[in-house]
Design a protein around this ligand. Structure first.
Ligand SMILES: Cc1cc2nc3c(=O)[nH]c(=O)nc-3n(C[C@H](O)[C@H](O)[C@H](O)COP(=O)(O)O)c2cc1C
Length: 325
């Protein structure tokens, strides 16, 4: 299956694995790239630029295919060593960087000079247009359904994607709610050049997280996510659990007076306990509504080939049979 995204990144299938904190390690990125998609190592999951260099080295031992690195710019009490991470990415000749969270303009000259392709993840058409204007090669358009940070506009992909298609000239992928061949074919029909998946790749054999996390996603339905941190304008879609219920109660009690410190104990530094130890109630963790479409834990190769093969059947079978005579 050839699209502008497969051409741009030199991959076989128009399927990207989005950066995921404490999930996007070498094992997963390599498995997705080996399967023909684009795997992405999550830069800031590595505590230092040196650790990222080692993780890139581990990934290269597992695959010869292209993979990327995600750089997330989110509000942080102590900002990470972004210059150091960017230098590591360049020194290690990473071909693709996925940026997210904030306008990546400050880092573009360095990345572009090194010949790196930049795909920026954004949740609105205006931010996608800005990314195009500053020179990003592609965008990942993240709808309201998505796991993680959906922004504050709340536009679902059935409207957001065709709006993006109307406005953008650079390639873009549909992100948020993508799980299977139906998602891919719908995304292509709405004007996208492929899909970006987070939650679906979290529930795969190679995702280097505790089995409890994968089981929690398989068990969850489409109604089992919640939005937290909305009053802080840092909205995150997470899987409902006991900690999320406590956060929502605090948010309701504090109303517009809510400060990050009010919920810091619940949300800070919890990913390690959740992802590594499998303590799935230890705190909130990102998860998309797409959990309702996930009922198995395949290998990345099974997942990617299933999506591509079933998409071809869907296009050439059901959709072709609807063609007017
Ligand atoms: C557990 C988890 C952690 C995530 N962490 C990040 C992150 O650190 N940086 C980022 O840009 N996106 C992050 N995301 C968002 C994904 O890259 C992707 O955009 C999103 O999951 C797409 O929606 P979906 O879950 O419906 O597929 C995360 C998502 C999940 C599920």
């Amino acid at each position: 299956m050839k699209t502008r995204i497969t051409e741009l990144f030199g991959i076989d299938a128009p399927i990207i694995q989005g950066g995921m904190h404490h999930v996007g390690r070498a094992e997963l990125a390599a498995a997705v790239s080996e399967a023909g998609g684009l795997g992405i190592i999550t830069g800031l999951t590595q505590p230092t630029p040196q650790a990222l260099a080692e993780e890139i080295g581990r990934c290269r031992e597992m695959t010869d295919r292209p993979f990327g690195v995600n750089l997330t710019f989110l509000p942080a009490v102590t900002p990470p060593d972004y210059p150091g991470y960017v230098a590591t990415i360049i020194e290690n000749e990473i071909p693709v960087v996925e940026t997210a969270g904030r306008n990546p303009e400050a880092w573009l000259p360095k990345l572009k000079e090194a010949g790196i392709k930049v795909i920026h993840k954004c949740t609105s058409v205006r931010h996608a247009l800005k990314a195009q204007q500053i020179g990003c090669d592609a965008v990942s358009v993240d709808g309201f359904e998505c796991g993680g940070h959906p922004g504050e506009d709340d536009i679902p992909n059935f409207v957001l994607l065709p709006r993006a298609a109307d406005e953008l000239s650079i390639p873009f992928v549909a992100s948020g709610g993508m799980a299977d061949a139906r998602s891919l074919v719908a995304a292509l029909a709405l004007g996208a050049d492929g899909v970006n998946m987070g939650t679906r790749f979290l529930a795969t054999q190679e995702a280097p997280v505790h089995a409890n996390v994968k089981q929690a996603i398989v068990a969850a339905g489409e109604r089992d996510t919640r939005l937290i941190m909305r009053p802080l304008r840092n909205t995150e879609r997470v899987l409902l659990n006991a900690s999320v219920e406590r956060v929502l109660t605090i948010e309701e009690d504090r109303g517009p007076e809510l400060a990050f410190e009010d919920i810091a104990d619940e949300v800070s530094g919890v990913y390690r306990s959740i992802m590594e130890l499998g303590e799935v109630d230890a705190g909130p963790f990102s998860c998309g509504m797409v959990a309702g479409l996930i009922s198995d834990i395949p290998t990345c190769a099974e997942l990617v080939s299933r999506i591509v093969e079933e998409a071809e059947t869907l296009i050439c079978g059901r959709l072709a049979s609807l063609g007017v005579e």
